[in-house]
Design a protein around this ligand. Structure first.
Ligand code: ADP
Ligand code: MG
Length: 359
């Protein structure tokens, strides 16, 4: 096994791209560490499958190269890259039995029969397919077929990496949870590099040690779930991760002051006079509602939702709306209240990117 380096990789499906907008994958330089558990997270159409297919070799990038360890594999086809890939929809042979389907990737590579029997039994056991092994695949439901596809991805013990492209889309919610937990266990047990594509933040955050967030063809942040929560590098990350997402408020920033609507908020760092699209980002967890006489900044509470663990207050600050997390036992009246911003978690964004000030 080896680290996978996407070196200055970019891809356009258009023959002669004219602008950044023509790239399905904007330029990226990233090393996927050997043995890492990664999630590739972003909405539909943001370039996740494009990136995954470049790693597996189904797609040759229009720019840059792919290295496995020191070896340049950009021109090497999929079968020689030693990568297992599980797709969104089942890829199995209907005419074969479940056992034959699971054995296929091993037979194909000339693995000794004894080893095949052992691996197929192991994988079937892990995925709960033990009593289905002699059934023909054609008679099975769509989600059973997808579990077999997963098994085909997991059966080889000699792979560089296993890539999963939204593999649980057709699986029912409870089974989804079971399988995701299994994949995580397998990662711990065997230590393969795994890249798991999803548009679902819960899936990404529970599976991965590192989450790669994509937006509009661009990798906008790579980090642990904690890092993505605490310090979103792009307003999209703030908004896409979290429930509800980060509040993003247009502001004027000058020195240590951010003016939102007509209210001034003190920042912990100084930013000079910022130009371009300037916004303040703060997660609902780091705003606090207080009695009106306890803060200079006032909001109007529009509504309160009870979501179980806590409540979410929807507030009006001048023209802007804000979400605030309120502890379950705290009473919030509809009407005017004061609000406090936690300065340590109040971030400044310029043209959607997080910027650092000076202390
Ligand atoms: P995701 O997997 O995140 O949904 P994709 O990588 O499939 O995104 O697609 C990224 C962009 O590239 C989309 O705009 C999509 O329409 C476009 N695209 C994907 N595959 C092709 C293709 N074979 N030819 C042309 N455009 C494509
Ligand atoms: Mg896709």
């Amino acid at each position: 096994m080896a680290a996978i380096h996407l070196k200055n990789v970019a891809h356009s499906y258009i023959e002669s791209p004219k602008s950044q907008a023509d790239f399905a994958l904007k330029q990226l330089d990233h090393v996927w560490e050997d043995g890492g558990a990664y999630a590739l997270l972003g909405p539909s159409g943001c370039g996740k499958t494009t990136l995954l297919n470049i790693i597996s070799g189904l797609l040759k990038p229009s720019e840059g190269c792919v290295l496995f360890g020191e070896e340049d594999v950009t021109e090497t086809d999929t079968s020689q890259r030693n990568i297992a890939q599980v797709f969104q929809f089942p890829v199995i042979y209907d005419t074969m039995t479940v056992r034959e389907n699971l054995a296929f990737p091993l037979r194909n590579r000339g693995v000794p029969v004894k080893e095949i029997i052992k691996r197929v039994d192991e994988v079937a056991g892990m995925l709960g397919l033990g009593d289905q092994l002699d059934n023909r695949a054609s008679g099975l439901s769509a989600d059973m077929k997808q579990i077999i596809s997963l098994g085909r991805g997991l059966v080889r013990s000699d792979v560089n990496a296993i890539l999963f492209d939204e593999p649980l889309t057709v699986i029912d919610p409870h089974m989804k949870w079971v399988l995701r937990t299994k994949l995580k266990e397998l990662h711990r047990q065997f230590g393969f590099t795994m890249v798991y594509v999803t548009h679902d933040q819960t899936e990404a955050l529970t599976f991965a040690d590192k989450v790669v967030v994509m937006h509009d063809g661009e990798v906008v942040q790579i980090g642990t779930p904690e890092e993505l929560f605490a310090k979103p590098a792009h307003t999209f990350v703030g908004y896409f991760i979290g429930s509800p997402g980060m509040n993003v408020l247009p502001a004027k920033v000058d020195g240590n002051d951010a003016v939102i609507d007509t209210m001034t908020i003190k920042l912990t760092q100084s930013y000079g006079a910022l130009s371009g699209d300037v916004e303040i980002g703060i997660r609902p967890e780091f705003l606090k509602l207080v009695p009106a006489d306890k803060s200079d900044i006032h909001v109007h509470i529009n509504s309160i939702e009870d979501v179980g663990r806590h409540k979410i207050a929807r507030c009006q600050l001048g023209e802007q709306t804000l979400a605030v997390v309120v502890p379950e036992n705290e009473h919030v009246p509809i009407g005017t209240m004061g609000i406090k911003f936690d300065p340590a978690h109040t971030h400044v964004y310029q043209n959607s990117r997080l910027i650092e000030g000076v202390s």
